[in-house]
Design a protein around this ligand. Structure first.
Ligand code: TXA
Ligand code: MG
Length: 349
């Protein structure tokens, strides 16, 4: 199969035709690029799983363009919380998990009785959903296990020859995937942090829980509420370690030097303001704050592989606001290899 890349403007008509014919198309959203197909057509949705190499027990998010499209996808009456959150944050980077109606094929929900619904805030995504006239099921457009794509070039790296069309809408603004919020739990529970933070949700609902798995590996035998959280994620080829706490910069420099002495090509991931602290060492800057770190993170992880980096040592960001989403992705990319320094340990170095 030949994969065409078209500018979003000229490509939407072609993409619409492909979606209507039960094919898969990659398209930009404000979070990351998605790999979309008609959510109501099980055979089309199967093609998404095949193109990604995605395990069949990991459900997909269904994307809509108008509020009136939500109720038919949900079983029973729409909870008030869903209406309030949609009003506050849609279109935007928030996915709501709700009981699914019979219209959602089992392949979309991976056999669960719930469905994730989101209204993206990107003109291309919205135009495509509107023109196709159906809800669009779409995971991130990466091969399973790879960092999510935030440019059309990233999608092409992973999907060349596997899908017919990529719509190029430039770089994604948010840069990490949507917040996944389980509205079937009481109180509502964040399963995956993203651009809509727990604080923003609590501002609307009064309170919200954050699932333990957000910043911790699954314990042995534990079942996971969001199936996507159990898989190895975002992983660059090089070994990655995150260092946080007092004296982190010194320890990061030490780990870098140790790797280089051992003949490995190393690189540091750091916030912009800290770059000078690492002197001549190879550093990739993640921007000035958690928001810009989110926007740059996946591109940075991909460039580690392109640069042949074998050892990655990353700074941590405080896990509040957008920082929670950044730490969630960093920890998975590092397979939870996190060094936490206390002031005493610093004294020993
Ligand atoms: O920003 C995003 O959410 C992007 C863009 C394309 O919209 N999509 C995305 O999809 O990140 P994906 O499939 O890569 O991640 C969806 C996450 C997975 O962790 C999945 O397990 C979880 O949402 N999820 C989907 N449906 C669910 C459900 N019914 N219950 C629990 N978790 C669900
Ligand atoms: Mg994904």
């Amino acid at each position: 199969m030949i994969t065409r890349v078209l500018q979003a403007g000229e490509g939407i008509a072609r993409a619409t035709e492909l979606i209507r014919r039960g094919q898969v198309v990659a398209f930009p959203t404000e979070t990351v690029y998605g790999l979309g197909a008609n959510a109501l057509d099980p055979a089309a949705v199967e093609k998404i799983f095949a193109a990604k190499g995605r395990p069949g027990d990991n459900p997909l998010i269904v994307h809509i363009a108008g509020l009136e499209e939500m109720a038919p996808l949900v079983q029973g009456e729409l909870p008030e919380a869903a209406a309030l959150l949609a009003e506050a944050f849609w279109p935007g980077p928030l996915t709501l998990i709700l009981p699914k109606s019979h219209r959602i094929p089992d392949v979309v929900s991976a056999g669960l009785d719930t469905v994730g619904i989101r209204m993206p805030d990107h003109p291309v995504a919205r135009a495509l959903i509107r023109a196709a006239g159906v809800p669009i099921a779409a995971p991130s457009a990466n091969r399973s296990g790879r960092p999510s794509p935030t440019t059309a070039r990233h999608v092409l790296q992973d999907m060349a020859g596997r899908i017919p069309l990529i719509l190029d809408g430039g770089s994604c603004g948010v840069g990490v995937e949507s917040t996944v919020l389980d509205l079937c739990s009481r109180p509502a529970r964040v399963l995956r942090p993203g651009g809509v933070t727990p604080g923003m949700i609590a501002g609307v609902l009064g309170s919200v829980d954050v699932d333990e798995s957000v910043l911790q590996p699954l314990k042995e035998g534990e079942t996971v509420r969001s199936p996507g959280m159990k898989y190895k994620h975002y992983a660059p080829r090089g070994r990655m370690t995150i260092v946080q706490g007092a004296g982190a910069q010194g320890e990061i420099a030490r780990l870098y030097d140790e790797a280089e002495r051992a003949g490995q090509r190393a690189c540091i991931l750091a916030l912009e303001g800290n770059v000078p602290a690492y002197g001549e060492r190879r550093v990739l800057a993640l921007g000035a704050d958690a928001e810009s770190a989110a926007a740059k993170l996946f591109a940075a992880l991909r460039s580690m592989d392109e640069l042949g980096i074998q050892r990655i040592i990353s700074e941590a960001v405080p896990p509040n606001g957008m920082g929670l989403a950044v730490m969630n992705r960093l920890e998975r990319a590092a397979a939870f290899d996190l060094v936490s320094l206390t002031p005493e340990e610093k004294g020993n170095c």
